[in-house]
Write a protein that binds this ligand. Structure first.
Ligand code: 5GP
Length: 115
């Protein structure tokens, strides 16, 4: 199967505005931001969707993604006012890129329900 755009970003084959990188997690600014701060936090491991996750196997990795989100939110100065974390899953979830990613959105008042 062809590499996803996010796999190419992990491999540094295409550029991205990277704000955080560890052995297991990468975070970079969304190319089409939906909020003043919009960052995508992804595992380097290729997991297509939330459907392939299970707590026993992926709990530590998900924890690292949350730790990254909290660190980035502080660095971006959106932590105190609050922010939103989103996983879109599959067609009805509005997922476009089939490499697991968590959206970190902040810098404005979010509305609910999400569209
Ligand atoms: P999804 O709809 O799958 O949850 O979110 C995919 C996100 O990836 C979208 O917000 C979209 O703007 C972003 N995106 C798609 N292609 C690229 C790219 O090449 N670079 C970056 N930085 N973001 C991308």
């Amino acid at each position: 199967m062809a590499d996803t755009i996010f796999k190419k970003i992990i491999n540094k084959e295409i550029p991205a505005d990277i704000v955080f990188e560890s052995e297991t997690v990468l975070a970079f600014r969304d190319i089409n931001p939906k909020a003043p701060t919009h960052i995508l936090i992804i595992p380097k491991l290729e997991i297509p969707t939330v459907r392939e996750l299970n707590g026993k196997e992926h709990g530590p990795l998900l924890g690292e993604m949350i730790d990254a989100a909290n660190l980035i939110a502080k660095n971006e100065e959106i932590s105190a006012d609050g922010f939103r974390l989103v996983f879109n899953c599959g067609n009805n979830g509005g997922q476009e890129v089939y490499h697991l990613h968590m959206h970190l959105l902040g810098g404005r008042q979010m509305t609910w329900p999400a569209g």
